[in-house]
Every structure is written in C-alpha cells, then in structure tokens.
Design a protein around this ligand. Structure first.
Ligand code: NAP
Length: 293
C-alpha cells in the first residue's frame, strides 16, 4: 500500500497494531492524547502528528482505536479533531468498541464532508494484537474496506465485511457480552472449587480436557489463581462493553439476566478500584462480593 496511514490512539491495542504496520513496511503517522506514548513508535519509524486533524490532513487513510464512545466522538468532533480535515477521497476507520449510535453519528459526519467511513472493531486482545492475529469486524463503506484490507491483513488473521454500519459494532458487543458472562461463571466455579476445599489448578486441568476447554480459561485461569492481573484488556473497557450490550438488549427487548448479573460483578470490581487491571480481576469481586474498597 503506497499511501501513508494515520493512527489515532496508542493504548494497549493501538500501539501493538501500529507497530505491526511499521514492521511490515507501511508508512505510519501516529497521534495519542498522551504524546509521550508515541516515542516508542518513533523508534519503529513512525512520524507523529500533534492533533488528530494534523494526522488526517497528512494521510489518505486514518485508523483510530480509542477507549469508548465518548472518546471516539470527541476525537472526531472536537477542536483539532478528525472532522476538520476530512475531505473528499479520505477514509476514516474506527476500530474502537462502541455502540451502533456512536458509529452512525461518526459515519454520517464523515460522509457529509465527502469522506469514507468504516467501523471495524476487533476481536482479540493484547497478545493477538502484537502477533497480528486479530479478527476484524468491519462494516460500512465496502470500497474503503477493500483499500484498507492490506493493512488489516497485517494486523489480523481474518477480516469480516458485515455490511451496513452497525453490524460490526453490534457483533463485537455480542461477542464481548458472551465473553464477560462466561468469565463470571468461570470465576464462580473457581471460587466454589476453592471454598469447597478443592484444588483450583486441578479444576483448570479437568476443564481443559473436556468440552469446556477454552483459550479464555487457559489464559485467565492461572492469572485468577495467582491474583495477577496486568492489563491485557482493561476491566473498565469490558464493563463498558457489557453496558453497551445490555443497552442493545434493551433496544431489542432481549432479556439477558446472565449478562446483567455479570455486568454487576464488573461494576463491583470497578468500585473496588480494579478498573485499570485486566478484566480477569472481576474474580476478586466474585470472591468477595461484599467488598467495596
Ligand atoms: P487503553 O489501553 O485504555 O487505550 C485507550 C486509548 O484511548 C489511549 O490511546 C488513550 O489515550 C485514549 N483516550 C482515553 N481517553 C481519552 C480522551 N479523553 N481523549 C483522547 N484519547 C483518549 O485501551 P485498549 O485496550 O487499547 O482499547 C482500546 C479500544 O479497543 C477500546 O474500545 C476497547 O474496548 C477495544 N478493545 C480492546 C481490547 C483489549 O484486549 N485491550 C480488545 C478488543 C477491543 P491516553 O494514552 O492519553 O490515555
């Protein structure tokens, strides 16, 4: 791909994804609210833009992966934001996990300025991002999807084009709603094993040999037993995804008691100050549900 790619958001995911682009020979200009986080990318050959608008001005295609809907909107609509420099022929690809309404607002604004828009949230976490093994859930402008596919192929192992705006955002929320619910059941199981006098490690070994075997349990089980939660996927973002998935359930009159209960556990974990840790830290809230600090 000849054109330089802009990249907004050097968090856990954005940094790993931008590094992969650079490693594969793409020219990349990065921006992050906390500018110092761009230094490592400069070491890998990236240029730095001072504002989102500056990046979009320079690059034909700009990718973003940001914390949540509020941030995704502010980076587009605020002063020095994306919208100031979007013009005919430019493409904006938002890979943040947001709700359909947020994505639609951004899409309409970009299109009204003559630009192209793609939502493309990702399935996969820090390690898959580092290894170029993400799964892209894209929707929106197919022509932009086709143009940006070489970049997706470097950052991920599989890309889906899901049709109209919202289909990517909704798919991602359903996936994370299931993941958050399952992790809570897993955490309850580990706690039950422990409190019943069983060895939690033996439980992990048994689970791994049956229909219950899962990369999620394999990754998060040892962390939960050891109470070691360096953030791969920050818990505050998982709770945001439960919240957005439950709102989607509200809109469609889908009863989701299991997800609602899981959301409460993630909220409890946040109230215990665990929001910046990995989402496996919900285990601490499940183990000690009465705890509030
Ligand atoms: P992260 O490490 O918390 O990074 C969040 C990014 O958003 C950072 O670049 C941060 O900038 C920026 N940001 C936060 N508040 C901002 C504000 N007010 N204005 C401008 N920028 C702001 O999160 P992450 O794990 O990379 O996740 C990013 C997105 O991908 C989220 O939507 C998340 O749900 C989704 N996601 C994450 C994973 C995962 O496993 N980590 C997997 C799939 C999808 P600063 O550095 O300045 O704070």
């Amino acid at each position: 791909m000849e054109e330089e790619i802009g990249f907004l958001g050097m968090g856990i995911m954005g940094k790993a994804m931008a590094v992969n682009l650079l490693r594969h020979g793409f020219k990349v200009t990065v921006w992050n609210r906390t500018l110092s986080k761009c230094d490592e990318l400069v070491d890998h050959g990236a240029s730095v833009g001072k504002t989102p608008a500056e990046v979009v001005k320079k690059c034909k295609y700009t990718i973003a992966i940001l914390a949540d809907p509020t941030v995704a909107l502010s980076v587009v609509f605020d002063k020095n934001g994306v919208l100031e420099q979007i013009s005919s022929g430019k493409g904006y690809i938002d890979m943040s996990t947001v709700d359909f309404h947020t994505s639609s607002r951004i899409s309409e604004a970009i299109i009204s300025k003559g630009g192209y828009f793609l939502e493309a949230p990702v399935s996969g976490s820090k390690k898959p991002a580092e290894d170029g093994q993400l799964v892209m859930l894209a929707a929106g402008e197919k022509a932009l999807y086709d143009k940006i596919l070489p970049a997706f192929d470097v950052m991920g192992k599989k890309s889906f084009f899901l049709g109209q705006i919202g289909n990517g955002a909704k798919t991602k929320l359903v996936v994370n709603m299931i993941m958050g619910s399952v992790l809570n059941a897993f955490s309850e199981g580990l706690t039950l094993a422990d409190k019943s006098g069983l060895d939690p490690q033996t439980l992990l070994d048994v689970l791994d040999l049956g229909g219950t075997a899962s990369p999620l349990f394999r990754m998060k089980g040892p962390a939960m037993i050891q109470k070691s939660y360096p953030p791969q996927f920050p818990l505050k973002h998982q709770q945001k995804d439960m919240r957005l998935a439950l709102a989607l359930g509200d809109e469609n009159a889908v009863s989701m008691p299991v997800a609602a209960a899981a959301n409460e556990a993630f909220k409890k974990a946040r109230s215990m100050g665990l929001g910046d840790l990995d989402f496996a830290a919900v285990h601490e809230a499940v183990k000690f549900p009465g705890s509030s600090s």
